[in-house]
Design a protein around this ligand. Sequence first.
Ligand code: IPE
Ligand code: IPE
Ligand code: MG
Length: 256
Amino acid sequence: MAFFSSATKNIPVVNEIPQHIAVIMDGNGRWARNRFLPRVAGHKRGVETVRDLVKHCVALKVEFLTLFAFSSENWRRPAEEVSFLMGLFMHALKREVVKLHKNNIKLVMIGDRSRFDAELVTQIEESEQLTANNTGLVLTIAANYGGRWDVLQAVNKMQLATPDLVGLYQEEHLTPYLSMHYAPEPDLFIRTGGESRISNFLLWQLAYTELYFTDTLWPDFNQEALDLAIQSYQKRERRFGRTSEQLIDKDSSTAQ
Ligand code: IPE
Ligand code: IPE
Ligand code: MG
């Protein structure tokens, strides 16, 4: 079932606590290098950060947390690092899924699974099935995900489903086929690790998202750091194309 929510078509409801936070978890390698450890030690430590922040998001009543774990371009890394990361996904899924389930968290993985080992695909499917009916936080992990891949796979599916509409497509025809059709667009995007780029993450969905970049490396990004990001978000004026004056005037602020 599609959850259609487009910041370019309708003005979204803005809450104090972002309903959907999307994160590029960057800086694991540098965290490890700063400690004279192998890069993979940073990835291992990064999983602890995920656990800590999931807990915090549940406490804050964030409804959707989306984490970029492996980009479609990360296959370009040395083979040993890629294979360590795949092993880490497998291990973390196996170890964490029961705990996630007990906490009523729904786990969803987005991205192209065709390059993953059959064993990992099965583990992903089982984890999703176990938590499918949970009603708490929706935790989405983007693995072998790319924003361009997502838009293209959606276009292809849309065209196959509705060939008679070619040349007439609107946003609402495409969005049901995007990987994150079940979620509202992110309110807050966070990138740790000091880079100011999107790196082919949720290109379509970030159209009106508030962007927050921090130098903090992912393994150091703790609950207080998330609070700071949310405080920064709370100070933003989300105009969605309107003027500040319109926001002050209550009537026009609800105009579409
Ligand atoms: C992010 O940390 C994790 C993944 C991309 C899998 P990096 O591994 O990119 O860490 P840096 O950027 O090299 O420090
Ligand atoms: C982005 O991190 C992807 C993930 C965090 C999974 P990278 O560290 O791979 O990004 P670039 O290549 O430096 O932009
Ligand atoms: Mg990086």
